[in-house]
Design a protein around this ligand. Sequence first.
Ligand code: ADP
Ligand code: MG
Length: 297
Amino acid sequence: MPVLEINSISKAYGRIKALDNVSFKIPKGSVFGLLGPNGSGKTTLLSIVLDVLQSDSGRYNWFGESPSHLHRKKIGSLLETPNLYHYLTAVQNLRITQSISGRGNEEDIHAVLEKVNLHERKNSRFSTYSLGMKQRLAIAAALLGNPDVLVLDEPTNGLDPVGIAEIRDLIKELAIDGHTVIMASHLLDEVEKVCDHVAILKHGHLIACGTVEDVLSAEDCLLLSAADQLLLTEKMRAYPGLLRMNTTAEGLECYFAKGASSAEMVNRFCFEQGLVLSQIWVKKKRLEEKFFELTNE
Ligand code: ADP
Ligand code: MG
């Protein structure tokens, strides 16, 4: 059973369509990346499933059931910079968060500080923390009550490389501890490094979804030429395992799932179809190129 199932959700702000009929499922135990450029609808979608914002249409289910207060207790979230007090220590801040949210107990405060690796600095004032430590304390606040699911919106935004690495490691550890983590990010590199599943949003449309391996792994691409390019295109259309083709000035680009085909197999196939290739060139697609392709016009 998926942790979260999103079904045909749409949302407009006046004339701006922020989400258009978005559906996907988030598997239990995954580190799920919601990937898309700025303005693609990530925060809007997270706000809707956290019941901060109302969708115009569509539904979502948490843990296989309609959303309820019971489910809310199993979800920790960090949507925007939380209210943490600069002049208070980590422990004092978490006590306040706890009394407002009603999640967890005193013991829990120490447990979450251990989890985010701030226990040694638990009695230091928030104002003395680095940006990375502040963000880890914010995540600690979201972890009070030991929620099954953690929803994080751009958790590494504004951090320096050290802070970014710490948050990434923390997210991986949380997943090992059994939390399902749902995080929005505009960074392909981040999703690739941290997540095992991904959904890609572009202008409010879902354009790809699945395991990171399936969605982002480089496809194999062969560039083919023959005397009769049209006949080549026609024949290749029937090639088993072909994902798509693209006619370019350099030749016919043929895309295959990684490892599903080879230059030799394609060469033999064409020859058997009565076509002699004048060129086969193995092209490697880079991930950046793939992401660019997915998110640009
Ligand atoms: P992301 O988090 O991917 O950057 P958002 O969900 O914040 O995207 O925004 C999606 C689109 O909706 C953008 O075009 C944004 O300008 C617009 N938008 C977001 N919030 C509001 C709002 N409160 N009022 C009007 N437009 C909004
Ligand atoms: Mg956002």
